[in-house]
Design a protein around this ligand. Structure first.
Ligand code: ADP
Ligand code: ZN
Length: 432
């Protein structure tokens, strides 16, 4: 379902002219009110008047996570505190938290883009949204909340955790939309199965899953176990939180709300802008953000852009699901490894669950890669010989995908730590 037909189906010409206007205005605002940007723009010889169309964006400087950290906490704010109505921070997966400020107008935009994302998965006024993203400083909880409110759905602000209670409420309150991290949805399914819940009998129809990388195979697993349509939602605190984009029912890329967030893909090494379709680092400019606007923000997330009208009717720029982030890319024996590549292999193997952990050791000067994978109940009761065959199969499949040696260890069911938010997949024991 399309929430905002006018904004989501703009013609190329209209969109470019809108983006151009917004960019001009953005650079003006930044120049006037953020000393950091005045300096940065000055350093490349740019003044606000030099921007007249969206193509001019390539002349503008990038913003990095380190820039945000250097200006912690409020150095990047473009408005005075009296106009800031809310503050959020990133979950801090990779260091000191990043801060996002919101004016009333920003919360309005957030509600709008989240309404688009939830509508894309079929949410209407008649739905009950069980929102298991964490409420608090993390943007997941309130972002979904605002969007569901905008649509007029019934929100259950249950937040993350308390999994048995989640399952009970899922059954008792007729929840039809589930929002949480993909890893947590599988955990919910597991706890539900244990207490004999038949998810196919529940009114659950769809879910917006995101905040961490996942794979198409994991999608199939979630859809099968929970009996719903599982769509990918993307966002980050720096830009707005969740709501940067969402897949539609055709599952052919994440539709970016590109009338608010302008996407580019660059080569992370050279910062050269790459043509559509090439894989690189996603860069986003917040065209309409008031409190903490960002120019060409380097997300560190790896993906590619997919232009063109989608079967659903939307004309927004799409992006491939996130393949990993430059900072969770592991370099093992010189080979670039993303946890998602390992996950893709695991979900295709009979007898194991997509609960896994990657452990990297350094023995002498060599990196050793271990993957711990949970067996399911059926496999564990099988003969040792069968277990060994499965282990070897996983090993050779991973080796053929990555091109490096791996040691696979099957572990007993439900022994790896479950996450209520973002899963922690990698334990790097190397002292580098
Ligand atoms: P962090 O995890 O960096 O502390 P956030 O809580 O703001 O900060 O999370 C944003 C990050 O989460 C994104 O930059 C991206 O790496 C990841 N993320 C969010 N949504 C998705 C998604 N649908 N698929 C993959 N990764 C995602
Ligand atoms: Zn679509």
């Amino acid at each position: 379902m399309i929430w905002n037909n006018e904004s989501e189906t703009l013609t190329d010409r209209k969109k470019q002219s809108l983006q151009g206007e917004l960019l001009k205005n953005l650079v003006n605002r930044m120049y006037k009110s953020i000393p950091f940007y005045r300096k940065k723009l000055g350093a490349v010889g740019m003044k606000p008047g030099d921007v007249s169309q969206v193509e001019d964006i390539t002349k503008l400087p990038f913003t990095t996570k380190d820039d945000l950290r250097d200006n912690y906490p409020f150095g990047m704010f473009a408005v005075s505190m009296e106009d800031v109505v809310e503050i959020h921070t990133s979950s801090g997966t990779t260091g000191k938290p990043i801060i996002g400020g919101y004016t009333k107008g920003d919360i309005d935009v957030w509600s709008e883009v989240m309404a688009r994302c939830l509508s894309a998965s079929g949410t209407t006024q008649n739905d009950v949204v069980q929102n298991a993203y964490g409420y608090g400083l993390f943007t997941g909880g309130l972002g979904v909340h605002y969007g569901a409110r905008r649509i007029g759905a019934t929100v259950i602000p249950i937040s993350g955790g308390n999994t048995k209670r989640q399952v009970m409420i899922l059954q008792d309150f007729n929840s039809s939309i589930l929002t949480c991290t993909p890893s947590y949805s599988l955990y919910l399914a597991e706890v539900g199965e244990q207490i004999g819940v038949d998810f196919s009998k529940l009114p659950l129809k769809a879910g917006n899953f995101g905040a961490e990388p996942w794979s198409n195979n994991m999608r199939k697993e979630i859809e099968r176990k929970l009996g719903l349509l599982a769509l990918d939602i993307y966002g980050l605190t720096e830009i707005i939180g969740p709501g940067v984009g969402n897949e539609c029912e055709y599952k052919c890329g994440i539709h970016i709300c590109d009338d608010h967030f302008y996407p580019e893909i660059i080569d992370p090494e050279t910062t050269r802008v790459l043509p559509h379709g090439e894989i690189g680092e996603l860069v986003i400019t917040t065209l309409t953000r008031e409190a903490t606007p960002l120019l060409r923000y380097r997300t560190r997330d790896i993906t590619k852009l997919i232009p063109g009208k989608c079967q659903c009717g939307r004309t927004s720029m799409r992006m491939e699901r996130i393949m990993g982030r430059t900072d969770d890319m592991l370099i093992i024996r010189g080979v670039n490894v993303f946890p998602s590549q390992i996950e893709e292999v695991l979900v295709n193997i009979e007898g194991v669950e997509p609960h896994y952990q990657i452990v990297i050791n350094r023995v002498g000067t060599l990196d050793e890669l271990e993957v711990h994978v949970e067996m399911n109940e059926r496999l564990i009761s099988d003969e040792i010989k069968v277990l060994e065959t499965v282990e070897r199969k996983i090993q050779s499949d991973i080796e053929s995908v990555l091109g490096i040696k791996v040691d696979v260890k099957l572990v007993e069911p439900k022994t790896l730590i479950r996450s209520e938010g973002k899963a922690k997949r990698v334990i790097d024991k190397r002292q580098l």
